[in-house]
Design a protein around this ligand. Structure first.
Ligand SMILES: Cc1cc2nc3c(=O)[nH]c(=O)nc-3n(C[C@H](O)[C@H](O)[C@H](O)COP(=O)(O)OP(=O)(O)OC[C@H]3O[C@@H](n4cnc5c(N)ncnc54)[C@H](O)[C@@H]3O)c2cc1C
Length: 451
């Protein structure tokens, strides 16, 4: 394996930062993750990742994340992560309910658990280290303004002496912005005098309310129950098994719908949405945490591939590049695919296409292909489940096709599995293939009960 430089800096040690560091390990002699939160080695939820207490579905851990971090799935399971087959799911979308027939392993765990174990793995890789309690405040560039040469950081002072923050410049051959959806990556680009990429925006307005439980005598019948937001109440829910016998209930409310205010209301709404057996289990369960809430206002998709000139040595990835509606659970897999793609771009360069000089162009070209499908699927699902969302005639047509697939998912396993695979792979076009459409439009299709 060829190294491409002495030092790569990854800004942000969330999921995209950690996965990117996996991809860069060995390809740069040193890889430094710079994280604003102070990480003490524990597993507690943290300020920089307010989504931590809410359900995190992990699609395609075995076939994508494993390629970056071999052995991670088994390591998670050995530490207590739940594992089951994809058949052990129950889905309700538009009032149609079904169980997938795909037989593949699904590993599930809370976000802090996943991040903690992934971080430990990444920090064991040669040359990788983390600077925590250190905020990236800007980027450095060469005198010609063509290349980013490092980052400005501020080492945050001790908790009891926040005034003691200490600035520093850290030089690097590559800087990766993985600071998440609220980060200032675009502002850094502007500060260098480069145009910001055009941006697609999507108003989502979903509120989460989540609580962790331990089941007592009654167990839920399946490991993962997904109820897409219903069109009448605008409420949805996920009940998922997590590590060490714990379970999380995440309720999702759109628009003006209010999340449950207290434990009683939380149970009441959850039981209205859950199938009977699962509702009994949650009623009987012991709460392990307070109710955490989170508001996700809007998603974005930044089209870097549409920009002609990029500073070399600076890339954006993860939610900073494309932040999707969390209800569909695809952010981590997209971050993993982007990290794999970055590794491929670097290895391809090692094969003779000329170092890392055009890395930004090649990375964003392929990244656009990865994020486009995910974005389109988000738009379609939002249009389907949240009919007030804006839409174009093409979206309305594709939504009508998607609706037909879902309406028959309970009668036709091929359609049910095609829907799940389209979500996992973020490829809505898969649902529009002729053999799928023929089955979805076949005479006799009945509509599901009213959602
Ligand atoms: C409620 C909710 C539920 C979700 N559920 C799912 C799910 O089921 N499945 C799924 O795949 N995805 C889910 N997601 C999306 C998933 O959390 C993100 O896609 C994923 O975390 C993206 O990782 P990231 O590293 O880009 O951002 P983040 O994980 O948010 O990490 C950003 C990191 O950057 C750090 N940081 C910020 N600014 C600075 C700075 N200036 N200097 C240094 N560090 C900085 C932050 O502290 C943080 O550690 C959910 C999101 C939400 C909001």
């Amino acid at each position: 394996m060829k190294t491409h430089g002495d030092h790569a800096v990854v800004c942000g040690a969330g999921m995209a930062g950690l996965l990117t560091a996996c991809a860069l390990a060995g390809r740069y002699r040193h890889v430094t993750l710079i994280e604003r939160d102070r990480l003490d080695g524990g597993m507690a939820a943290r300020r920089g990742v307010p989504q931590g207490p809410h359900v995190h579905a992990l699609f395609r851990l075995d076939d994508v994340v494993e390629r970056l971090c071999p052995g991670l799935s088994d390591a998670l399971v050995s530490k207590g992560a739940h594992h089951a087959s994809a058949r052990d799911m129950w889905m309700e979308v538009l009032g149609v309910t079904w169980r997938p027939s795909l037989d593949r392993r699904v590993v599930s765990a809370s976000r802090p658990f996943l991040e903690h174990h992934l971080r430990n793995r990444v920090l064991n890789a040669p040359g990788v280290r983390i600077l925590s309690g250190c905020q990236v405040t800007g980027v450095l560039q060469d005198p010609h303004g063509r290349r980013v040469t490092g980052v400005h950081v501020s080492h945050l002072g001790a908790l009891d002496d926040p005034g003691a923050a200490r600035p520093e410049c850290i030089e690097a051959d590559l800087v990766v912005d993985a600071i998440g959806r609220t980060g200032r990556g675009r502002a850094w680009l502007e500060s260098l005098g480069y145009p910001c990429p055009p941006e697609q925006k999507m108003t989502v307005g979903v509120r989460y309310a989540s609580r962790t439980f331990r089941m007592r005598t009654v167990q839920p019948p399946v490991s993962y129950t997904f109820v897409a937001p219903r069109q009448d109440s605008r409420r949805g829910l996920v009940l998922a098994a997590q590590e060490n016998g714990t379970w999380v209930v995440s309720q999702t409310c759109y628009g003006d719908t209010r999340p449950p205010g207290d434990g009683d209301e939380f149970l009441e709404y959850a039981c209205r949405l859950l199938p009977d057996e699962a509702a009994k289990a949650v009623q009987d369960a012991e709460p392990l945490s307070p109710i955490s809430t989170y508001h996700f206002a809007a998603g974005h998709h930044r089209l870097y591939s549409k920009v002609r000139h990029h500073p070399q040595g600076l890339l954006s990835t993860g939610d900073s590049l494309c932040a999707l509606n969390p209800v569909y659970g695809t952010g981590i897999i997209i971050a993993a695919q982007l990290a794999l793609h970055l590794r491929h771009c670097l290895d391809e360069a090692a094969g003779g296409t000329g170092g890392t000089d055009d890395l930004a162009e090649r990375f964003y070209h392929g990244a656009g292909r990865i994020t486009r499908g995910a974005w389109q699927l988000n738009v379609l699902l939002d249009r389907l489940l949240n009919p007030t969302a804006n839409s174009t005639p093409a979206t309305r047509l594709a939504t009508a096709a998607l609706r037909r697939v879902i309406r028959r998912a309970d009668q036709d396993k091929l359609l049910a599995d095609a829907f799940l695979e389209a979500m996992e792979h973020s490829r809505p076009a898969r649902l529009l293939r002729p053999h799928i459409m023929l089955r979805a439009l076949a005479p006799g299709a009945r509509s599901g009960r009213s959602a």
